[in-house]
Design a protein around this ligand. Structure first.
Ligand SMILES: NC(=O)C1=CN([C@@H]2O[C@H](COP(=O)(O)OP(=O)(O)OC[C@H]3O[C@@H](n4cnc5c(N)ncnc54)[C@H](O)[C@@H]3O)[C@@H](O)[C@H]2O)C=CC1
Ligand SMILES: CC(C)(CO)C(=O)C(=O)O
Length: 298
């Protein structure tokens, strides 16, 4: 399969690198990373290890591919979609956090698949990516149900040894992940604690409230996600990733823009479309945006 990875930073480089031995992979990245991969190949270290040689370029438009993986940060999704609109791609799959698929689908003719990734990735230096945890990629039709295209992509991933599952209930899975991220990411980023600190104190109640509100908005969107299921999903992730610093905490610590708009901000916006108020998500989003403004990031 010809696979274009649009936005090859941490996650995109890892997934593209793991696919490269079996598929024709092109990483769309920024220099010096793109130049280094082009000239010397890519080293994958950590929980996976390999030396691979995918193509790498800073050119964003004019590509032909069977599949485009979108792995830019959520706030770069619209720009990525505009560049992909100038490529000839058979399908698009987002592996991003937050609700980004709608942005892609509204700007692209190619079919857009939904995906979630729990692999951990960190760009150590140009041309060197660390796999910090072997997770799973789950993908499927954006509106749910069986999808032959998703099956083909899932098979292509598994042929390259990735842990990939094709699911027919992506709407529920996306909203459940959103509920987990709305609770854990925002609260850990604002209180500067590891995920495990959310086990059983005031902060955990705040995270639970954000997750429950998200589940309520999911139901307004006709996605079946009971409050209890969202809360239990959050508790499970807190327990399994207790030592993790969430991606949003890492962004705040590095003084980088966060993905708040596609996480808590999306919950607020979609709730408003239904005339519904989500005060916890609204407060968390306002605090994070205030921090971003103060840091000159928006
Ligand atoms: N890093 C991880 O372990 C995981 C990340 N995710 C999600 O995946 C998404 C990406 O995360 P990361 O890889 O960590 O972010 P990142 O910031 O490391 O990578 C994004 C890359 O996209 C590049 N980019 C943006 N616009 C571009 C353009 N027009 N042309 C070329 N390159 C462009 C940026 O330069 C950057 O290198 C986020 O939504 C994140 O939440 C999900 C699961 C795990
Ligand atoms: C699951 C979780 C909360 C793990 O830290 C995550 O997705 C993130 O940090 O973005």
């Amino acid at each position: 399969m010809r696979i274009l990875v649009f936005g090859a930073g941490s996650l995109g480089t890892l997934v593209g690198g793991l696919l490269a031995p079996v598929h024709d992979v092109t990483l769309v990245a920024r220099d010096p990373h793109a130049a280094r991969v082009s000239s010397a190949g890519l080293d994958i270290v950590g929980a996976e290890s390999a030396h691979v040689s995918p193509a790498a370029t800073t050119t964003e438009t004019g590509h032909d591919a069977d599949l485009a993986l979108v792995t830019v940060k959520s706030f770069d999704t619209a720009a990525a979609a505009d560049a992909l609109a100038d490529c000839d791609v058979g399908a698009v799959l987002s592996l991003q956090n937050g609700l980004t698929e709608e942005t892609l689908a509204s700007r692209l003719d190619a079919p857009v698949l939904a995906g979630t990734a729990t692999y951990g990735a960190r760009l150590v230096e140009p041309g060197r990516i660390e796999c910090t945890g072997v997770g799973r990629i789950v993908l499927g039709a954006l509106d749910g149900g069986p999808d032959p295209l998703a099956e083909r992509v899932g098979k292509a991933f598994r042929d390259a040894g990735l842990n990939a599952l094709v699911a027919t209930d992506m709407p529920r899975r996306r909203w459940e992940k959103l509920a987990v991220n709305a609770g854990i990411n925002a609260v850990t980023a604002l209180s500067r604690v590891e995920n495990g600190a959310l086990a059983g104190d005031d902060a955990s109640e705040l995270a639970h409230r954000a997750a429950r509100e998200t589940a309520r908005v999911a139901r307004l969107e006709r996605v079946s996600l009971p409050n209890r299921v969202a809360r239990e999903a959050l508790d499970r992730v807190v327990e399994k990733t207790a030592a993790n610093r969430s991606s949003m905490l890492q962004d705040v610590a590095a003084e980088k823009r966060t993905e708040v708009d596609a996480i808590n901000g999306a919950v607020v916006d979609i709730a408003a479309e239904h005339g519904f108020e989500v005060p916890t998500n609204r407060t968390l989003a306002a605090l994070l945006r205030a921090w971003e403004r103060g840091a000159g990031l928006r």
